[in-house]
Design a protein around this ligand. Structure first.
Ligand code: F0G
Length: 468
């Protein structure tokens, strides 16, 4: 293995206390066998299933729930780099590196929970919140996992890290690799990721390859690559990523003063995030941080609905792959790697899985934008999904619901522009449905540069129906 990567100056100089040493092990989600190390594919040596991380110290014997709540809250007034991170602040429930100096952090996490007043009025759900993971340093939830996985990549001395991505993972990985002094290799499907995400990877210095395939093809190639080259894979198959992504749930519950919501609704693509949130909920229940579980539900785009079909057609017993197609490119995935982990946590929390159409996604995204919040299309499936779950009676209007917004509005400006200009959909039926969303569309108006023209436009707008 190449020698240790150059160090991150900021974290080397940090005066924070070293993270408590954890004794984590890798456990197979299929046969439950454990190992102290994992192969390059993070799969079980016995049965080939995916691994997860667990630590025997994450029990009520070693951890006191009230003491943890106090400690985590106190750390919010600390200026040490580890405490400033909304991930490492929860380090008692994370695998930790040998030294706090190893940590690669961009002060991720600490994302806001917003009340959705407009959506609450429209849906009738009185307690409706959005936790906005798009407010992370690179604009998506990936950063919370990347800080942990990049830290362990650096500790292991890797020079190269790599991922297959629909865009956000690559942006995040490239940033954390740069901060940690490592080089990064990005494999993305050509023409199927937003320019905004691609440009982030370029700016952070990644070696970026646009492959003539889809995300699933990129991931397959990455699996081959890690077997033949000394690169460390940072896809969500890497269980360190999911450990970091658990902190979304810890932070959310802390923000809700440990009042458990009835429902958490999350978008599903490769299904790492739903798995991570579910794992966190089960661990919190285990150590009495919470006394009951919220229902965790996963929403997919109809055109990329592998999990929906896996549950409906195969009762969750084998994966039903699909040929994915959706304008929500972040979740344009047909063969989700963590499907079994997701099935387990949906069942354990008594959640469900639902699918939404392209027009439903577009409408929900515009509605979240009209709240002054905004998100990328993949995140908007949560609001669209909530509407369906209300119709089916799975969610009741008097229940507390938290939507997880996974990516920032600025991640996909092309989509937003096309929506407002009215040319998002080529299909005639969708185009007609889009016409019904006219009140949500605010196309830019080109005018001569004179006062009368602007005043006339203002007066016309004042008379027109406000969409608020
Ligand atoms: N939302 C956004 C904005 C995403 O970027 C992704 C996944 C998801 C939701 C789905 O999360 O895969 O954990 O189920 N993006 C990955 C990527 C695949 O490469 O950026 P998941």
């Amino acid at each position: 293995m190449p020698p240790s990567a150059t160090s991150n100056r900021e974290s080397d100089n940090q005066s924070s206390p070293p993270a408590a040493k954890s004794k984590y092990v890798f456990r197979c989600i299929g046969c439950a066998s454990t190992a102290t190390s994992a192969g390059e594919n993070f799969r079980c040596a016995q049965c080939g299933n995916l691994l997860e991380i667990t630590d025997p110290s994450w029990t009520t014997n070693s951890l006191n729930a009230d003491a943890l709540k106090t400690l985590w809250r106190e750390r919010r007034s600390s200026n040490s780099p580890l405490d400033l991170s909304g991930v490492w602040r929860f380090r008692e429930l994370l695998p930790t590196p040998d030294s706090g100096q190893q940590v690669v952090t961009l002060r991720e996490g600490n994302t806001p929970v917003y009340e959705l007043t407009r959506a609450s009025r429209d849906t009738g759900v009185t307690h409706l919140f959005a936790k906005h993971q798009g407010m992370n340093p690179t604009g998506s939830f990936k950063d919370t996992g990347m800080t942990v996985a990049a830290t362990f990549a650096r500790q292991a001395g890797y020079r190269w890290v790599a991922c297959a991505s629909t865009g956000n993972t690559s942006a995040s990985m490239a940033a954390y690799a740069a901060r940690g002094g490592m080089r990064s290799l990005v494999l993305v499907p050509e023409g199927k990721i937003s320019w905004s995400k691609l440009s982030q990877a370029l700016d952070y210095g990644a070696l970026t390859c646009q492959l003539r395939t889809d995300f699933d093809g990129c991931l397959r190639l990455l699996q081959e690559l890690v077997r033949s080259a000394p690169v460390y894979q940072l896809n969500s198959i890497n269980p360190f990523r999911l450990e970091g992504q658990k902190t979304l749930a810890f932070e959310l519950l802390e923000q809700l003063d440990w009042q458990v919501p009835d429902h958490i609704i999350v978008p599903g693509g490769n299904l790492g995030n739903s798995s991570a949130i579910g794992k966190a909920l089960l661990e919190m229940l285990e150590i009495n941080l919470i006394s009951r579980l919220p229902k965790l539900s996963v929403i997919q785009a109809k055109g990329a609905n592998a999990l929906v079909r896996t549950l409906r057609e195969a009762n969750g017993e084998h994966l039903v792959s699909v040929q994915p197609e959706t304008r929500a490119t972040a979740i344009r995935i047909g063969n989700p790697a963590s499907w079994e982990k997701a099935v387990k946590v949906i069942r354990a929390t008594e959640g469900t899985c639902e699918q939404v159409s392209e027009i439903e996604i577009a409408q929900a995204k515009a509605e979240i934008g009209a709240e002054g919040i905004g998100c990328e299309p993949a995140s908007a499936v949560t609001l669209a999904g909530l509407k369906k779950l209300l119709q089916s009676g799975f969610v009741k209007k008097n229940e507390t619901v938290v939507l997880i917004l996974t990516g920032n509005l600025l991640k996909d400006p092309d989509y937003t522009m096309e929506f407002h200009r009215g040319d998002l959909f080529a299909d005639a039926a969708e185009d007609r449905a889009h016409a019904a969303l006219q009140p949500l569309c605010h196309p830019p108006i080109v005018l001569d540069a004179n006062l009368d023209a602007v005043i006339e436009t203002l007066e016309k707008a004042e008379k027109s129906e406000p969409n608020a």
